[in-house]
Write a protein that binds this ligand. Sequence first.
Ligand code: SAH
Length: 249
Amino acid sequence: MMNTFNIFTLFPDMFKVLDYGILGIAKDKGIIKINTVNIRDFSANKHKKVDDYPYGGGFGMLMTCQPVFDAVNSVPKAHTVYMSPKGKVLTQKRAMELSKINNINILCGHYEGIDRRIVDSLVDEELSCGDYILSGGEIPAMILIDCVSRLIDGVLPQPESYLEESHTDNLLESHQYTRPEVYNGMAVPSILLSGHHKNIEEFRLAQSIYITLLNRPDMLRRRKITKTELKVFLIYYPQLKDDIIVYVE
Ligand code: SAH
């Protein structure tokens, strides 16, 4: 079964970025299909105008209803996402859910945004890619397509690999090393070379908790850690006992 993304945008050429790497391969294999629809082509205005001033005053221009309605209605109905800084922030969990939907429409705003009536009638879900403002929804749409696509069966060469990645279990991934064992005097942590799987697993868990504690305590607050995890953590980071104890469930 192919997953199709229909993208509604003023800049279809930007999506050439998705021809590279894992996503390019997934497209070539026919696992995903990325179809861009140029909103400007649907403008009924003789100058192909797609924006206008906001009612009530304010800065900048807004995308108007007519071209967007006609563009979105030109394809079969599907779950429709509007990329927007006002939306819920995209998470790995939501990406996982979206990877189960076969057809997704993605609407990219530009200028100061879009007429609200578009969202009210055509959009099922508003998603943000983070708490900052970009100049258009194209890069956020590519972020969404990338993180959803790699969760679709057949896209990643080793499907289990995403289960161990950062954010999957509300913990950030432990640090990774590859050959050589020593580079410019810097050695790989010896435990990773020991071949002792249980110790390696514990070391990685402890380090994951450590990195999450350092960079994303908000994730630990939500996730909590078990007594068993605490024990493992303290083998490697005994000096952080007071810092970690507040996150034990
Ligand atoms: N005036 C709007 C911002 C408009 S930015 C506001 O304050 O909410 C222009 C377009 O860029 C938006 O329509 C949206 O599609 C996209 N965009 C900007 N930042 C984004 C973000 N963090 N996540 C998703 N889309 C974003």
